[in-house]
Design a protein around this ligand. Structure first.
Ligand SMILES: CC(=O)SCCNC(=O)CCNC(=O)[C@H](O)C(C)(C)COP(=O)(O)OP(=O)(O)OC[C@H]1O[C@@H](n2cnc3c(N)ncnc32)[C@H](O)[C@@H]1OP(=O)(O)O
Ligand SMILES: CCCC(=O)O
Length: 447
């Protein structure tokens, strides 16, 4: 049978395809812009017939339609690898939970730890002449999701870029059980980022000064890494490389200006290596069939041992807050889950293993709540419920608009002193008093 004949045989409608889902099943929805679209609409109609379905999602750019099913918790629950606004805003409905993970380990969870997925679905780009569907910008762990899945449905999106890669970036038609074609195709984009503030720029400028020519970059999710990317795109730096979990818009600008060429990369020279890509249409167009970009599984990209092999690896990630011990929280506000750990710790660890490498955790010194009250992001201790994404010995550079400190090898006294020095001046006295009470303050100027 030719690939085209096999395609025709497996082609079905979204409404029929979702009938493969039974009560009690584990369903995987894809993630990022690879989250299914027409299949989601169909399942939202069908799922009220079912009970106890468990659906895995992550990095949702649009709220899945199943979230709006009436009495959702009577029919299914959602396990999110990484919250965005969708999960945050539905959290009170109690059908969503998060799954703590280190992203580099996730393919292993699917292969070895988790119950096999009963019905696995994701978006793919159109089949190539060899019978393969590309996972597009959302490869990362999709191959491992399919490895033990009992039933596989792909949703073909002709607008999804075909992302070339090293391995596990695509699936052959022989492994697929059903094919659905997206009716009004488009690729989901990240919401437009808020314009950079003076504070973002003050943080970004300090980091950019620390980046040498020939460095290899990882920019994390969120406002500040984004601002650093924009500054880098306008900089005179040379011969930068990319080895990053998440490919973001700023890399395109840097590559088009010739700032990124990967010439100095000692691993995968010349290639921009990434696990998934989240951004806007221009970036997706850039990635399409681009032989200088390499989509790789996340257990390769985020493996700290691989990250550490890159000389001058520069990792830049955002945090929600940090305490005077240097414990950094990148994912929650007390008990409220905001996002996820993703690959933050993978890159913090990997960059430190790199010859000349540095990891930067950044945040504004204060956070303004919805009532307009300012709160310090540098705290005496993390609030109850807050998650320690990076434990204290792993934290290296911490940056706010008031400065940058390096905590590696620094004592408890020294950490408190350094972190207070980059806190907002309005909070420094309060922090000193708290540090005294906690027994970690001595005007010592000792490390
Ligand atoms: C995908 C990846 O893993 S890339 C590799 C690295 N991985 C990571 O860095 C993962 C951890 N980091 C992150 O998730 C992000 O960088 C964050 C959450 C730290 C910052 O992301 P941003 O998009 O800049 O956050 P933003 O400032 O828009 O805030 C997001 C939400 O958190 C809330 N928030 C942020 N800071 C605080 C705070 N100190 N206290 C209370 N709430 C807060 C905001 O109000 C907002 O909530 P809302 O949209 O429901 O109103
Ligand atoms: C799907 C999970 C993505 C992440 O953890 O960054």
């Amino acid at each position: 049978m030719s690939f085209q004949e096999e395609y025709a045989q497996k082609l079905t409608t979204a409404d029929k395809a979702v009938q493969a889902v039974k009560s009690g099943d584990w369903v995987d929805y894809g993630f990022n812009c690879g989250t299914v679209h027409d299949l989601d609409i169909a399942l939202a109609k069908y799922i009220p017939n079912l009970k106890d379905v468990k659906v895995r999602v992550g990095i949702e750019m649009e709220t899945p339609k199943i979230f709006d099913v009436p009495d959702a918790q009577d029919h299914f629950s959602v396990y999110s690898w990484f919250y965005t606004g969708s999960e945050r805003h539905y959290a009170s409905k109690r059908f969503i939970t998060t799954v703590p993970h280190r992203f580099s380990e996730m393919p292993g969870y699917y292969r070895n730890e988790l119950p096999p997925i009963d019905v696995a679905m994701c978006q793919v780009s159109p089949m190539d002449k060899h019978g393969y569907f590309s996972f597009g910008p959302s490869g990362a762990m999709q191959y491992s999701v399919f490895q033990r899945a009992k039933h596989i449905i792909v949703e073909v999106n002709p607008k999804l870029p075909r992302c070339l890669g090293g391995y596990q970036e695509s699936v052959p038609i022989s492994k697929v059980d059903a094919i659905v074609e997206m009716q009004d195709p488009y690729v989901r984009c990240m919401p437009d980022s808020k314009p950079s503030t003076e504070v973002d720029l003050a943080v970004a400028k300090q980091i950019v000064k620390m980046i040498p020519n020939g460095a290899c970059l990882q920019l994390g999710i969120g406002g500040m890494p984004n601002t650093v990317g924009s500054l880098l795109a306008e900089s005179d730096l040379k011969d930068l490389g990319v080895h990053t979990e998440m490919y973001v818009d700023a890399y395109v600008k840097m590559a088009e200006r010739g700032i990124i060429n990967g010439r100095k990369k000692n691993v995968n020279p010349g290639m921009q290596v990434y696990a998934f890509a989240s951004g806007h249409q221009e970036m997706y167009d850039y990635l399409d069939d681009n032989a200088s970009c390499m989509a790789m599984p996340v257990d390769y990209v985020n493996d700290p041992r691989i990250i550490g092999q890159h000389d001058n690896m520069i990792s830049i990630n955002n945090i929600v807050n940090i305490d005077l011990y240097g414990q950094a929280n990148g994912e929650s506000s007390g008990f409220r889950q905001i996002s996820g750990a993703g690959g933050q710790l993978d890159f913090v660890l990997g960059a430190y293993l790199s010859h000349g490498g540095k990891s930067f955790l950044c945040c504004s010194s204060t956070f303004m709540d919805k009532q307009g009250k300012a709160h310090s992001r540098i705290l005496p201790v993390l609030e109850p419920g807050s998650i320690t994404t990076d434990t204290r010995p792993n934290t290296q550079y911490v940056v706010t608009e008031f400065g940058m400190v390096n905590l590696k090898g620094v004592s408890a006294w020294g950490r408190a002193e350094r972190l207070i020095s980059i806190a907002h001046p309005d909070f420094r006295e309060q922090l000193i008093k708290a540090a005294e009470k906690q027994g970690i303050w001595r005007r010592s100027n000792k490390i």
